[in-house]
Design a protein around this ligand. Structure first.
Ligand code: SF4
Ligand code: F3S
Length: 370
């Protein structure tokens, strides 16, 4: 059992704790006052979370643990009662099985079941067995008794890496094998921990789940495609593209569409909520094209170099314009997305502005739009 904090503030300062609640509230689109309510709710009773892992690489757990400033890995143990997790618990073998049984019994019908990893369904699910039970059986048995289920990462959401063609094990997402349960999909490889934290805290505080789209994803994180809020977008609009991997254009921060960026068809909030709380720590931020890791049918299926259709080629009126005289992104850009918070958006804009100032490279300039 990992439930070492008798109060939410035992291992972090109240300030840091509220900061995380504020980020989580903002991430799910709730007002600032919700952060106080979240903090009060978990003070009374921390939500019980049972975390199951099947066909996966533990990347989503790793991502959760490597967040910092403040240390979310530390805070999350104060926010939730993580009653079962194979990666982090000390117990093994029969002890672990007993811990799972006890956690389900004590919180029957009230716990949140987080599932990381795909569920193989071919050959009666025999490709993944834990304690002699298949992942398929465990999903139906354990998640079937939860109040709500969160499929974290692309593998649990729709099959992810293990489902790549020809999908020899029949790797499937949670919603393919579990019916009649509220299921929230938070795809990504790895998923952003704040999207999980916000969803869990909203459920714990208000007993509601975030509004979901037709693929079961929270709209607060997946309503807009990467392309809408990408710091390289002004270069796309201006026709400045990287033409080859690692060329001068890529280094100058030009758009990566022509080398296969899937941002135009991939809904996610990667550019707005930085991984490990570090602005720039996401694929496009470090110069790699988005390969659509969170999008079924794109990530792990389309070749990296293949381009996708661009939806909404005309930039939204609200999108950051480039000042033609200076080539610098206009500061009148606060309408961009607005999903998370001024600081995060501001960081993205500052980065975009820096890219824009360096836009004079002749070699990679391409006046033709795709
Ligand atoms: Fe950003 Fe990719 Fe869109 Fe270019 S194509 S603006 S790199 S999301
Ligand atoms: Fe994945 Fe693309 Fe975000 S590859 S992490 S959805 S930028």
């Amino acid at each position: 059992m990992i439930d070492r904090a008798p109060t939410p503030f035992s291992s972090v300062s109240r300030r840091d704790f509220l900061k995380v609640c504020s980020l989580a509230a903002a991430a799910v689109g709730l007002p600032a006052s919700a952060a106080e309510q979240m903090a009060a709710a978990v003070q009374k009773r921390k939500p019980s979370v049972i975390w199951l892992q099947f066909q996966e690489c533990t990347g989503c757990t790793e991502s959760l643990l490597r967040t910092g400033h403040p240390d979310v890995a530390q805070v999350i143990f104060d926010l939730i009662s993580l009653d079962y997790t194979e990666t982090l618990m000390a117990a093994a073998g029969h002890q672990a099985e007993a811990a799972l049984d006890a956690a389900v019994r004590e919180n029957d019908g009230k716990f949140i079941c987080v599932i990381e990893g795909a569920i193989p369904v071919k050959d009666d699910g025999n490709f993944c067995r834990i304690a002699d039970k298949t992942a398929l059986h465990l999903t139906q048995e354990i998640a079937g008794r939860a109040a709500a289920v969160i499929a974290i990462g692309s593998c649990a959401s729709w099959g992810g890496v293990p489902s790549a063609s020809p999908n020899p094990t029949g790797a499937s997402g949670v919603s393919d094998v579990l019916r009649n349960k509220p299921i929230v999909n938070i795809p990504g490889c790895p998923a952003n921990p704040y999207n999980l934290l916000g969803t869990v805290l909203q459920f714990a505080t208000f007993g509601t789940l975030p509004a979901l789209d037709d693929k079961g994803r929270p709209k607060f994180a997946y309503a807009r495609v990467i392309h809408d809020d990408c710091p390289r977008r002004p270069h796309f609009d201006a026709g400045r593209f990287s033409q080859r991997y690692g060329d001068e254009g890529a280094r100058q921060g030009f758009c990566l569409y022509k080398i296969g960026c899937k941002g135009p068809k991939t809904p996610n909030n990667c550019s707005l909520v930085p991984y490990v709380d570090t602005p720039g720590a996401w694929p496009i931020g470090i110069g790699a094209q988005c390969f659509g890791c969170s999008e079924k049918g794109i990530g792990f299926n389309l070749p990296l170099f293949e381009t996708v259709d661009v939806q909404g080629a005309t930039p939204p009126a609200m999108y950051t314009p480039i000042d033609p005289a200076s080539g610098i992104i206009s500061p009148v850009a606060t309408g961009v997305a607005g999903l998370v918070g001024g600081a995060l958006v501001g960081a993205g804009l500052a980065y975009g502005a820096r890219l824009s100032r360096d836009d004079r490279d002749g070699e990679a300039r391409d006046e033709e739009k795709p």
